[in-house]
Write a protein that binds this ligand. Structure first.
Ligand code: FAD
Length: 507
């Protein structure tokens, strides 16, 4: 029987006994659940957020941010300088992501000591229906960016994606795809891996927040979760206690270390929560005379990878990605106030924008406060600030080359850039924390894998060095910043770890 149980409907304490308890149902958790259930293990998945019904997704940003994201989309670093978007609900961050499906670059695998990830990547691509984006699907925004890139003589690429035909395709994708179902619209985890995990016998509790991982004699033996938190109702006092022989932690790169620290699990190398990379991103817009209508069609299909040379330097560089949003989100990202802001917004249909997405060397740390809530510390290094500034200048050059008449910068005040001779303003002003919008969609690295317990938290097959039977399968695993959209890599690593776990069963 296919089972999703809504924790918010349960009015008593419960207990379950299974082989494996998976915490989180996003890119890493969904894949692990399917692979383990199909291998014949009994699996329970605990997901803190709702089991979404895509047909109920609206285009009302405040409502959807509340429904789909942690902290209503307002999660930030401790100093408030970087906004971190993380999905909450069945499918995790894959429900609102933009479906770029990029294979792990070889130099990154070499750096991480992974010999070959091709079989896992092939399997994941097949299950997610990854395919090359057709030329006809490249929208006007992406064509304008490509025009600018080619005029500069830079390198760019039309990507592959995990998306079927979608009549509703637009910037609304960020607020969840209303068309999403198997083979149609966004092929996120909730319509691909999760149904297959359930068909194979896994049981999923939504609205079920894991509060504690239980460990006895150095082994993971279960999980305690709070039932009943959903986006509309207050929490109930009921609990779910799971007894199991293995725990798979896949709550994302902020919540996974949070749960580890909150549960007071061993951390002999003092590595838990460290090595946080964020791929910080700033936007640069261009106002064009022509209508761009960037809100129509697939927001991101092309990107400029000219400044990411991983063979030469696997730890640094940046991508220039097309970016756009609904009027509410664009308004929130625009500089200026009052009349000046309104004047900018009147150009909504004439704006093409880029994100400078940094492959960050800087690293931060997740700790917990006395209430057990995550506190996210992160500071951009001087070198990374310089690279972001270079990225902003190059984004502006590209937009001018594509025909922009004015550049919009992400500072609080409007600083109009009308020609390349104004670029010194960007260099002088630089990256000013809390005076510009810096966003992160790719937190990673906080329970890093590696062979040595002094420098890593889990081994190269995801098992904790210090706790037998505790595995990690989400973005926390990454030993360093990956530099590209991470979903395929997370999913492929989860596939690798889960299959190995199943082969070695019983532990
Ligand atoms: C706006 C946006 C666009 C993106 N676009 C792309 C893209 O085009 N291509 C790409 O490759 N990547 C993209 N990403 C990134 C990608 O979606 C994430 O990196 C990826 O989903 C992370 O996988 P994960 O398993 O680590 O975490 P998630 O997918 O976030 O899953 C973690 C899950 O765990 C749950 N959880 C957390 N704590 C608990 C708890 N205590 N108990 C139970 N459940 C818990 C969460 O609710 C969540 O469902 C995008 C991200 C964003 C925000």
């Amino acid at each position: 029987m296919v089972m999703i149980i809504r924790g918010c409907d349960i009015q008593q304490d419960l207990s379950e006994t299974v082989d494996v308890c998976v915490i989180g149902s996003g890119a890493g958790g969904a894949v692990a659940a399917k692979e383990l259930a199909e291998a014949g293990l009994s699996v329970i998945v605990l997901e803190a957020g709702d089991a979404h019904q895509p047909a109920t997704f609206s285009r009302h940003a405040p409502e959807m941010l509340h429904r789909l994201f942690w902290d209503g989309g307002m999660r930030t670093t401790r100093d408030g300088s970087i906004l971190i978007s993380q999905g909450r609900g069945v499918g995790g961050s894959t429900v609102h992501n933009f479906c770029y499906a990029v294979r792990t670059p070889e130099p990154i695998l070499d750096k991480w000591g992974i010999h070959d990830l091709s079989p896992e990547l092939d399997r994941v691509e097949a299950t997610l229906g990854v395919k090359q984006i057709d030329e006809a699907q490249v929208n006007h925004l992406n064509r304008v960016i490509r025009r600018g890139c080619e005029a500069m003589g830079w390198r760019g690429v039309v990507q592959r994606h995990n998306r079927g035909p979608c009549a509703d395709c637009s910037v609304g994708c960020f607020l969840g795809c209303r068309e999403s179902k198997p083979g149609i619209g966004k092929q996120s985890m909730d319509v691909t891996y999760i149904p297959r995990a359930l068909e194979a016998g896994a049981c999923l509790y939504s609205n079920c927040h894991a509060e504690l991982i239980r460990v006895e004699n150095g082994r993971a033996i279960g999980v305690v979760a709070q039932l009943g938190k959903d986006s509309d109702r207050s929490s109930s006092n009921h609990r779910l206690t799971v007894d199991c022989q293995a725990v798979v932690l896949a709550a994302g790169a902020i919540n996974s270390p949070q749960l580890w620290l909150k549960s007071r699990l061993p951390d002999p190398g003092k590595q838990v929560g460290k090595n946080l990379h964020l791929h910080p991103a700033v936007f640069v817009g261009g106002i064009f005379d022509d209508v761009i209508d960037a809100h129509q069609g697939i927001t991101q299909s092309y990107y400029v990878n000219h400044f990411l040379e991983l063979e030469r330097d696997p730890d640094s560089g940046y991508i220039l990605m097309p970016a756009f949003g609904s009027p509410v989100l664009v308004a929130a990202s625009m500089p200026a106030f009052g009349h000046e802001h309104r004047e900018l917004m009147e150009n909504y249909r004439h704006i093409a924008a880029l994100l400078v997405l940094l492959h960050d060397r800087s690293s931060g740390r997740v700790v917990v406060n006395r209430h057990g809530h995550p506190v996210i510390r992160y500071r951009l290094s001087r070198g990374d600030r310089a690279l972001l500034v270079e990225g902003m200048v190059n984004a502006a050059r590209l937009l001018f080359a594509a025909g922009a008449r004015e550049i919009i910068l992400p500072y609080t005040r409007r600083i109009p850039i009308k020609s390349e001779s104004d670029f010194d303003v960007i260099r002088q002003r630089g990256i000013v924390s809390n005076d510009m919008l810096i966003a992160s969609s790719h937190p990673q690295g906080t329970l890093r894998m590696g062979s040595h317990p002094r420098h890593s938290v889990v081994d190269t097959y995801g098992e904790a060095h210090a706790v037998k039977g505790l595995f990690v399968t989400d973005a926390s695993l990454f030993p360093s910043s990956i530099g590209i959209p991470p979903t395929l890599t997370i999913a492929a690593l989860a596939d690798r770890i889960a299959r190995r776990l199943a082969v070695n069963w019983p532990l």
